[in-house]
Design a protein around this ligand. Sequence first.
Ligand code: TXA
Ligand code: MG
Length: 339
Amino acid sequence: MHPAGPPYVLPTHTPSLFRSAVVEAAARLRAGDIVAVPTETVYGLAADARNAVAVAKIFAAKGRPAHNPVIVHVAGGDLARACVATWPATAERLARAFWPGPLTLVLPKAADIPEVVTAGGPTVGIRWPRHPFMQALITECGCPLAAPSANAANQLSPTTAGHVQRSLGASVPLIVDGGSCAVGLESTVVDLTVEPPRVLRPGMVTAAALRDVLGALSTDRSAEGDSPRRSPGQLPRHYAPRARLLVNRWTDSAELLAWLNGRHLTAATTYVLAHTHLPSPEGLAGVSLVPYDPEAFARALYAELHRVDALGVDAIVVEAVPEEGEWAAIADRLRRAAA
Ligand code: TXA
Ligand code: MG
């Protein structure tokens, strides 16, 4: 095993590197350590979900408040069912339709899932990720892996190993590099302990796709301000870059510049991410194009925000996207980053 010290990044881009990364990460996890790992949504900071001391290290490394529960990752239906007290027909139908994939199911927890994982609550969020490294790692460990996104609390989620290194740096001993995340946004979280099931966090598994499988589904967000919060990730401000983030529409450069001026924003220190109305870069810190396609936009968004934030700009203006359908999760993250 690599000695303790600065974070050590394990590559996985050949079959033998992949295999040795699985073995080393599994050894660390079995020993009660934390490891940053790739998933198809965002990078996660993993620990053995049944080891309360190990899971507590995740909270310490992230500076995550104890009232925010973490998702438990499994590989296979048997391990999923072992983590919960009940496995309703709704869970079976959603698992068949969307697992492995970017969907988390909230269910009553099994007795051996420690309270630190569920923030003291009676339910646990379970996900079977699609990323081949996570599947191989969970199978090698033989235990479920608790893993929130591998970023400091309330910061932008990481979609590359480099993002993890920059956000958590010295507090993570081992980072596995599994490439850029294919989905790029956190999983959809659905609460199956209420009737009808309710979306707690929108993701790239859309409400329409869930409704096709479940029939009834609530996407009511009106309880968001309630206390205690049903899903603390749904705090209004979350997923935020360091720079101020704003979302707006414009038709041409002149309209955009006038709007910046009206808000007392300096164009020279403002970066624009556009999908349709690409402004002239003149006078701005920079402009880049994000593809106008929900899957491609989701895949690129955090990487673009990380990259632009690192330039040290004061503000990032993102061209508004539709609020509904395939765009709902992207609109949700932009709204929270701008709050
Ligand atoms: O895609 C993802 O879900 C990524 C990757 C690593 O799997 N994980 C992730 O974890 O985004 P995190 O901790 O950043 O967000 C987990 C969300 C939070 O909003 C949390 O409150 C909610 O899931 N959550 C977890 N367990 C829950 C539970 N038992 N009840 C309600 N919400 C829960
Ligand atoms: Mg997170």
